[in-house]
Design a protein around this ligand. Structure first.
Ligand SMILES: C[S@@+](CC[C@H](N)C(=O)[O-])C[C@H]1O[C@@H](n2cnc3c(N)ncnc32)[C@H](O)[C@@H]1O
Ligand SMILES: Nc1nc2[nH]cc(C(=O)O)c2c(=O)[nH]1
Ligand code: SF4
Ligand SMILES: [Mg+2]
Length: 228
């Protein structure tokens, strides 16, 4: 049998053997929310609990407006990473040698199906501030990410009652922004739903923010400037 290094032999099997399935990993600018414009490694986990990712299933999925391909591990920088250290090493390589302001955005798919405490600790150990973009249906790991963005989906109960930013894709007729007022978030944003009605949805979001100044607009800036 192949002997494991001592420190790995001492670690629990779950942390040592954990395989993370990643659709893509690349350096870009955060396009959305309060951190829009900030350089970040985008770590996009494969898979979601609200849609299979297959177009044939979209019309019957719990979340039907998704703008993202999160199926498989075949994107740029994607793959299966064995253990938190391998995952964090790949993110550090993506960032490059610069040491300051390291920022990783864990997204998906639904990142909280895979992102666990050991992965967050390994990313932090490499100097990263760790952000997550989640649909809010799963609890946070321990240690928790440094920045939590929750984007709730109509009809899907929230497991998270607060966070750093609430980013509601708008409009979702069965999920009015007012119904989220009691939740504990530092920032509240409306992000116009992309798709055939994107221009109209943007006007609706602008009107809502003008009438309700606790909310601000989140434009998907990466789409405007044509980066990933
Ligand atoms: C692809 S999701 C992945 C993270 C997580 N599953 C979630 O839904 O928050 C990343 C962000 O894109 C948003 N998003 C997805 N489809 C969108 C669309 N058609 N228009 C605007 N935002 C969208 C999500 O609400 C979320 O804030
Ligand atoms: N540039 C850029 N910013 C983003 N912010 C959230 C994104 C996501 O898909 O989670 C995203 C994305 O896909 N690209
Ligand atoms: S929950 Fe997020 S990743 Fe899943 S289908 Fe909806 S927008 Fe896409
Ligand atoms: Mg995206």
């Amino acid at each position: 049998m192949d002997p494991a290094p001592l420190e790995l032999a001492a670690a629990p099997a779950s942390a040592r053997d954990r395989a993370y399935r990643v659709k893509e990993m690349h350096l870009t600018l955060q396009g959305e929310g309060i951190h829009a414009g900030r350089a970040a490694v985008f770590l996009r986990f494969a898979g979601c609990n609200l849609w299979s990712g297959r177009e044939a299933d979209r019309a019957t999925a719990a979340c039907r407006f998704c703008d993202t391909d999160f199926v498989g591990t075949d994107g740029p920088g994607g793959g299966t990473f064995r253990g938190p250290e391998a995952l964090a090493d790949a993110a550090a390589e993506c960032w490059g040698r610069r040491s300051e302001h390291r920022f990783v955005v864990c997204t998906g798919g639904e990142p909280l199906l895979q992102l666990d405490g050991p992965a967050i600790a390994a990313l932090r150990a490499r100097g990263f501030e760790v952000a997550v973009e989640t649909n809010g249906t799963r609890p946070l790991p321990d240690p928790a990410p440094d920045w939590v963005t929750v984007s709730p989906k109509a009809g899907q109960p929230l497991a998270l009652g607060g966070g750093d930013e609430l980013k509601l894709v708008y409009p979702q007729p069965a999920l009015r922004p007012e119904s989220l007022n009691a939740l504990g978030f530092r920032h509240r944003l409306l992000q116009p739903m992309d798709g055939p009605a994107q221009a109209e949805n943007t006007q609706l979001a602008v009107a809502y923010c003008l009438a309700n100044p606790a909310w601000r607009l989140s434009v998907q800036t990466h789409k405007v400037i044509g980066i990933a």
